[in-house]
Design a protein around this ligand. Structure first.
Ligand code: ATP
Ligand code: MG
Length: 302
């Protein structure tokens, strides 16, 4: 709310005139004028051979929205995200970015993979992060600036000359995040990006993600198993049903001021609803997998 008011405050009308030159803006700040792309998924289904992973997916994600995707393990979250990134095609229905069908990988559609194995092992951290800018023909100085800014963002400036194999899993994941953000894509697709991180690093990166999202205006689709993380970050939260043939079970608007207060009664109500929805689907998935006994034991507190 406050944001909107600040943006609309026009200069003049007795406003204080500051004589100093404005500080140089970072690339992230410069990207603020750039808006994210709108994603539209209509009646989408994805099959692998005879196996129908997801079906009847309808999601209308406006430009600049932060959407979190929750659902039981194996329901098809990564599959759906991969389709949004253009790595796989929908078998039925349609998927568009700003009205254009997503038909293959595109630098505008940046993907942070669930596994940090996506890094180029033969390149240093600096070379990984500047890969996109290098492909776009950016100068060496610009590449250094990008590496400095985005490695700084994930706290890994000191690792610029190391190779991915010399980093921990969590550090590799942070390099992956920096590499995607360095391209300033209109859409950032994040597949459980903080799953491998310790609680404190996770908290810092959640805050950074929220900040980058706000300043860049990009659209974010963020997969997580963590309900609190979803409530902290999302404009809306979508819950998927258990697979196979998973679809969207429910969609909630997180109508809470930012930064979010986890103890807000509305946040607690939403957490309960999400827990209920996901719990139902997890139980369904476990039953389908023949894990009913374990469920019974859990119910009895064993
Ligand atoms: N390339 C593939 N070929 C065949 N089946 C696949 C393929 N990729 C995914 N699947 C299947 O599609 C379903 C959804 O998988 P997906 O990885 O999207 O789940 P997920 O929701 O991301 O799970 P998790 O939360 O554990 O990461 C699973 O049953 C999986 O085995
Ligand atoms: Mg997954």
């Amino acid at each position: 709310m406050t944001e909107g008011i600040e943006k609309e405050t026009a200069p003049g009308n007795g406003a204080l005139t500051v004589a100093t030159a404005p500080a140089p803006r970072t690339r992230t700040e410069q990207a603020a004028e750039k808006r994210g792309a709108a994603l539209r998924v209509e009646g989408a289904g994805i099959t692998f051979g005879d196996f129908r992973a997801v079906q009847n997916i309808d999601l209308d994600i406006p430009a600049g929205e932060f959407l979190c995707l929750l659902g039981p393990s194996g329901c098809g979250k990564s599959t759906l995200l991969s389709a949004m990134a253009g790595f796989i095609q929908v078998s039925e229905g349609s998927l568009t970015a700003d009205g254009v069908p997503v038909s293959g990988p595109d630098p505008e559609l940046g993907m942070v993979f669930q596994s940090s194995e996506a890094l180029f092992d033969w390149m240093t951290v600096h070379q990984n992060v500047t890969f996109g800018p290098r492909m776009r023909g950016c100068s060496r100085a610009e590449q250094d600036r990008v590496a400095d800014e985005f490695l700084g963002l994930v706290g890994l400036r000191h690792c610029a000359d190391r190779y991915p194999g010399q980093l921990s899993g969590g550090m590799r994941q942070r390099v992956q995040i920096a590499r995607v953000l360095a391209n300033e894509p209109g859409v950032v697709l994040m597949d459980e990006p903080f799953g491998a991180l310790d609680a404190q690093t996770r908290q810092v990166l959640q805050q950074e993600t929220a900040r980058i999202w706000r300043s860049s205006g990009c659209t974010v689709v963020f997969v997580t198993h963590d309900i609190d993380e979803a409530i902290l970050l999302a404009d809306r939260v979508a819950v998927m049903t258990a697979g196979p043939a998973a679809s969207i079970k429910s969609l909630y608007t997180v109508d809470l001021p930012r930064p979010r207060d986890e103890s807000d009664p509305a946040a607690l109500r939403l957490r309960n609803k999400l827990r209920e929805d996901i719990g139902e689907e997890v139980r369904k998935a476990m039953r389908d997998q023949g894990l009913d006994d374990q469920l019974d034991r859990e119910a009895k507190g064993a």
